[in-house]
Design a protein around this ligand. Structure first.
Ligand code: ZN
Ligand code: ZN
Ligand code: ZN
Length: 339
């Protein structure tokens, strides 16, 4: 077991529509007939990691660059060596800033992005990492339907590429059995109004960190979510989430609102019928400390690991062969080995 819930908000809770038997210990049940969605706490940014019903996995956004280590650690310590499906919702640094290092640090399957471009370093770094990996980008628009490892994915936006990058966000409806999730990136009211598909979902990843510019009444009345998850940073400079957006969520019938700034990583597990939510999910067990900047592998007790800057640090349980194949080198001082 490599993930657990901890801290003050560590209790598991069952939702109204279910008699779920999910508990804290279920969150790494990859390969079982469940789908688990982790809304990773990446401060003021977005990142969702999804363990799909057939054992594959998917990453939607990767937070700011300084959170890459946290995202990499989370995925690695759940036991994944490959990210089968990667979605970059739109090219803002709080969504794609961490993605360069994530792509460098795993085997990667298919990469999905809307055809929106910008000239920022985080976007250019991402394109270079994709290129260096020999990968191409599968463009996303509102007609794309994908089977994501036993879950049904329907992209319902963008239908047009607008000047406002937020309104170019890939919006994904992901369903398994009777349960559905809606991932909205930073879509604002204008993009929300372009969505004509069925978007009813049990769980809504609230648009644009709970900004008042997203979550219009009309949109929320189509989603009809029971559970809303807001990904935002503690005391963030934008005042996210905005009170007016929270009010609209409540008015739309949302029963529970979870916030990563309060709960840490929020995990929702479903067997296609029931839903269970736990808060404060953390990865605990690890073997190696990675420097994801210099691409070095250290033992946990190496001085370089102890003194490493947090933003360069990731934790790993992978075989050394797998890390070497990704271009990581073994530290000459602590000499990691699997004996
Ligand atoms: Zn954002
Ligand atoms: Zn944005
Ligand atoms: Zn070392």
């Amino acid at each position: 077991m490599h993930a657990s819930s901890g801290g003050d908000g560590g209790e598991s809770s069952d939702e109204a529509a279910s008699d779920s038997d999910s508990s804290d210990s279920d969150v790494s049940a990859s390969g079982d007939k469940t789908m688990t969605v982790h809304f990773i706490d990446v401060g003021q940014g977005d990142s969702a990691f999804i363990e799909l019903p057939n054992g594959e996995c998917m990453l939607i956004d990767a937070g700011e660059r300084d959170y890459a280590g946290r995202v990499i650690s989370f995925i690695d310590c759940l036991g994944y060596t490959k990210i089968d499906h990667v979605v970059a919702t739109h090219p803002h640094s709080d969504h794609i800033g961490g993605m360069q290092r994530v792509i460098e640090s795993f085997d990667i399957g298919t990469i999905y992005m809307p055809e929106a471009i910008t000239d920022t370093s985080s976007f250019i770094n991402l394109l270079e990492a994709i290129d260096a990996k020999g990968k191409t980008i599968t463009p996303v628009d509102d007609t794309l339907v994908v089977n994501f490892g036993g879950a049904k994915g329907r992209f319902v936006a963008p239908s047009v590429i607008s000047e406002n990058l937020n309104d170019c966000s890939a919006i994904l409806h992901l369903s398994y059995g009777e349960r559905a999730f809606l991932f909205t990136g930073d879509a604002e009211a204008i993009e929300e109004s372009t969505v004509s598909a069925d978007i009813e979902a049990d769980v809504l990843k609230v648009g644009h960190h709970g900004s008042y510019t997203s979550s219009s009444d009309a949109f929320l009345s189509k989603v009809k979510a029971q559970i809303a998850v807001i990904s935002c940073g503690k005391d963030n400079e934008y005042g996210h989430p905005h009170d007016v957006a929270l009010k609209r969520l409540e008015n739309s019938g949302v029963k529970r609102i979870y916030r990563t700034d309060i709960s840490g990583t929020v995990t929702v597990i479903t067997d296609g019928r029931t839903l269970g939510v736990s808060e404060g999910t953390q990865v605990t067990d690890y073997v190696w400390v990675l420097n994801i900047g210099s691409k070095k592998v250290h033992t946990a007790s190496c001085d370089s690991a102890v003194e490493m800057n947090e933003y360069n640090k990731a934790y790993s349980i992978r075989d050394l062969d797998e890390l070497l194949a990704l271009g990581y080198k073994l530290c000459g001082s602590c000499k990691p080995n699997e004996e």
